[in-house]
Design a protein around this ligand. Structure first.
Ligand code: FES
Length: 59
């Protein structure tokens, strides 16, 4: 189980809670999450997890 304070994107210090918030606000692609939070735009290591979270939330 993820915690809202867990850092998902270490490059940009973006938490699971931050990601949920932008998905709630309509971000439905990895690109939009990146635009809103900067997550995934530096090294890209977190993209797989971003995809997982997005899938879970859009279900
Ligand atoms: S950990 Fe997210 S871009 Fe590097």
């Amino acid at each position: 189980m993820r915690d809202k304070n867990d850092i998902v994107c270490h490059c940009e210090q973006v938490t699971y809670g931050n990601i949920l918030e932008v998905i709630d606000n309509g971000a439905d692609t990895i690109e939009k999450i990146g635009d809103a939070t900067m997550a995934g735009i530096t090294c890209g290591v977190c993209i797989e997890e971003l995809e997982e979270i997005l899938e879970e939330e859009l279900e």
